[in-house]
Design a binder for this molecule. Structure first.
Ligand SMILES: *Cc1c(COP(=O)(O)O)cnc(C)c1O
Length: 361
């Protein structure tokens, strides 16, 4: 298949989903599959659903439309709190949305009730990370209003930590979310079907807690696709961390000076590069660049070192690997590199182990 490309091991994705379902299910926590890092790739979404994921969540409506058009049957959740200008699409294309703004909820309600649709909402609670969320002191007032809004069903509450402020979803934060849920249920005589405690960063809290309180849902992307928890980026035991491999082709392999020569000004990135003179060296150029991946997030599997990159090229030190023209270099990717690469239009996506996987299912 064409280069550059990403090989995607579907069998390993299936394995990680099964393991995470078993792990979190052991204390009553259900997992929602977050597809934004894979750009709503329908083949991957299909693997999630076939391995027991009932809710697929994405931050982009276009990804949700892509999965639904491909016939992937699931409940679809919009992760990024909707823009005011988006409410019609939200109601039409998604079943559930995460919300923090009363004005948006009102518009969702208007549009849903006018079209005889019941749209489910999760109210996000701010617990200190300072991305989306309603301040806890305002929850009562907002819940009261939402319960009276036609076309909306209050499905539950949730929180999102460790994303903007790097705040740990620890016992204090999770107890606070549980208490808010219990308080709302008592005050309004309601049952919250979902109390969504967080994302891949909640692993450490989960493993160290006997009692998970009212928390019964996590929204997971990174743990499924990279096999890691997201607080310290440690591998979760028993999970695969090498599901995705980026492959790029060598388009030049030559012996050249180790230092640019001539008068030094800005390079393509606006930096003034500096380098050490180590005499002549073997260098290679790969046909992939910053438009396709986050360079700091990829690690070569062969023994080459990345010297630098521009929009369409990566230059590597080829002293040890002795790559030849036409060779392919393989890379592991972290979350941001994976996200950029899987959403890049110039990289082919190649599913491997599809048949083995299909036969397991
Ligand atoms: C991206 C996102 C997630 C998934 O986070 P991971 O760390 O990849 O598990 C969960 N919830 C929200 C609101 C998100 O935006």
């Amino acid at each position: 298949m064409n280069l550059p490309r990403i090989d995607i091991d579907l069998e390993k994705i299936a394995h990680n989903v099964q393991q995470l379902k078993k792990l979190y299910g052991s204390k009553g926590i259900d997992i929602i599959g977050v597809t934004k890092v894979v750009g709503g790739n329908p083949i991957i979404a299909d693997i999630l659903v076939k391995n027991g994921i009932e809710i697929l969540a994405d931050s982009r409506i276009s990804n949700i439309i892509k999965m639904r058009k491909a016939g992937i049957r699931a409940q679809y959740m919009l992760l990024r709190t909707p823009a005011l200008s988006q409410v019609q699409e939200v109601v039409i294309h998604t079943h559930i949305s995460l919300n923090s703004e009363l004005a948006v909820l009102k518009k969702l309600s208007e549009y849903a009730s006018r079209n005889h649709i019941i749209h489910k909402v999760i109210l996000m609670v701010e617990l200190g990370d300072l991305r989306e969320g309603i301040m806890p002191s305002e929850m009562n007032a907002i819940v009261k209003e939402v319960l009276n809004m036609e076309g909306l069903a209050l499905m539950g509450i949730g929180t999102n930590l460790a994303c903007f402020g790097g705040i740990s979803p620890d016992a204090d934060k999770m107890n606070e979310l549980s208490s808010i849920a219990i308080r709302l249920e008592e005050k309004f005589k309601i049952t919250l079907a979902m109390v969504s405690g967080g994302n891949s960063a909640n692993y450490n809290w989960f493993t160290s807690s006997k009692d998970v309180g009212r928390i019964n849902s996590f929204r997971l992307g990174e743990s499924i696709f990279l096999g890691k928890e997201a607080l310290c980026r440690k591998t979760i035991p028993g999970l695969f961390t090498d599901i995705f491999t980026l492959m790029a082709e060598v388009i030049e392999a030559k012996r050249k000076p180790s230092q640019p020569y001539g008068e030094v000004y800005q390079n393509a990135s606006g930096d003034i590069p500096s380098s050490k003179n180590k005499g002549l060296m073997d260098r290679a150029i790969l046909a992939i660049g910053t438009q396709d991946v986050v360079i700091s997030g990829i690690t070569p599997k062969q023994n080459v070192a990345i010297l630098g990159a521009s929009s369409d090229h990566i230059v590597v030190d080829n002293t040890k690997a002795k790559l030849k023209l036409g060779d392919a270099v393989a890379f592991n990717l972290n979350y941001s590199a994976l996200s950029r690469a899987l959403n890049a239009q110039h990289i082919s996506k190649n599913s491997i182990n599809f048949h083995e996987c299909a036969s397991i299912l």
